[in-house]
Write a protein that binds this ligand. Structure first.
Ligand code: SF4
Length: 372
């Protein structure tokens, strides 16, 4: 039945025939070394801010200490230059008091716990487009220990409360400069009633392997079909490198791994030409890499966009081949009147059936957390 599914023109190029799985690329992500590093005075007053300062200096980066706590002069001559400059800027700031009021983040976790906002990667469908205000500078929070302590107020007695740190950044993409993810993992290792969740498209996991996580952190990697990753996810690790990172995180400590509960986030699922073959190839490779018992989950997220995110993405990536044609989508409204465009039910149904069947066949003991 899947062969009869119409393929939506998400990419401009025609489908290759016959199907040949692309040779896996093994490239690691390049370490992000921003051209500009800004510290606000308040951030430098924080002991954790000082630690970030040391890390940044150890990477031979120049630091500008600002005179005030406001970030200014972030815009370039036009949208392209603003984007380019912002993606090359790390700003270390103190999170405002509002950051202590956590927001729910279903279905991924109970609450968001943001250690930073902004991301060094260049995904053409980026989830942050339209949700963060202003130029997409990476803002890292120097008062992280205070933010972490605050989350204890959200733990509910008698049940495990989950905190997601990946809503507004790629936590591994900035970890070499911040150490923030390690700080979170150590913190939640001491909290019996709380669980931490993160997800990444980077592969630098070695610094996480020896941390005392106590099984309280679920380490997830974001995976996709090769054509999506290669053409849409600039600056990230290759799919193969991410799969090998997943293996390292999941391997028992006695075998040199991190012994973490792990997860796959398959997102955003796209109806690219030959989608069934590409995703089959991906799932086969994950199964090959996880050839041992481990605590594994999966989350399935199909591609969607809002009018706001589409406008921002078109500005950021004017040459994108991502198709934003609303006429081949279903409009889904939320209770505040906002609209997002998702796949139509006739497309969604076979997609869902395919992923559920193929996942359960390979990983019968790994729960599917949700499909959206
Ligand atoms: S990794 Fe996530 S946050 Fe970063 S650019 Fe890609 S989609 Fe956006």
């Amino acid at each position: 039945m899947f062969d009869s599914l119409p393929v939506l023109p998400l990419f401009d190029q025609p489908a290759p025939t016959p199907f040949v799985a692309p040779e896996p690329l093994t490239k690691s992500a390049k370490l992000w070394l921003p051209k500009r590093v800004l510290f606000t005075p308040d951030a430098l007053d924080e002991p954790f801010g000082q630690q970030i300062y040391e890390r940044v200096m150890a990477h031979d980066l120049e630091v500008e200490v600002l005179k005030s706590n406001r970030l200014t002069n972030l815009r370039g001559a036009d949208a392209r230059e603003t984007y380019r400059n912002a993606k090359n800027t790390l700003a270390v700031v103190k999170a405002p008091a509002g950051a202590l009021r956590l927001q729910p983040t279903p279905p991924s976790a109970d609450w968001q716990m943001n250690l930073a906002e902004g991301c060094p990667a260049h995904c053409q469908y980026c989830y942050l487009a339209g949700s963060l205000q202003g130029p997409p500078v990476v803002r890292v929070f120097a008062n992280l220990p205070q933010l972490l302590e605050n989350t204890a107020n959200y733990e509910q007695p008698g049940r495990l409360t989950s905190f997601e740190v990946s809503c507004y950044t790629d936590v591994l993409g900035i970890e070499h400069l911040t150490g923030s993810l390690a700080e979170c993992i150590r913190h939640y290792g001491t909290r019996e009633g709380a669980r931490l969740r993160f997800v990444s498209k980077y592969n630098h996991v070695d610094s996480l392997l020896d941390l005392p996580h106590q099984g309280h952190t679920r380490a997830r990697v974001s995976l996709n079909a090769e054509p999506v990753a290669r053409r849409m996810e600039g600056g990230t690790a290759s799919i193969e490198a991410r799969i090998q990172a997943l293996r390292k995180l999941a391997l028992p400590v006695a075998l040199g791994g991190g012994g973490y509960p792990v997860g796959v986030v398959l997102a955003p699922i796209m109806l690219v030409p030959d989608w069934r073959k590409h995703y089959t190839n991906l799932l086969d490779r994950v199964a090959d890499a996880l050839d041992f018992d481990c605590d594994l989950t999966v989350e399935f997220i199909t591609h969607r966009f809002t009018p706001g995110s589409r406008d921002v993405l078109r500005e950021w990536y004017p040459n994108t081949s991502l198709n934003f044609d609303e006429s081949i989508r279903a409009a889904k409204r939320n209770k505040f009147g906002g609209v997002k465009y998702v796949y139509q039910p006739d497309d969604m149904r076979p997609l869902k059936q395919f992923f559920y069947e193929e996942w359960q066949r390979r990983f019968p003991n790994a729960p599917i957390l949700y499909w959206t």
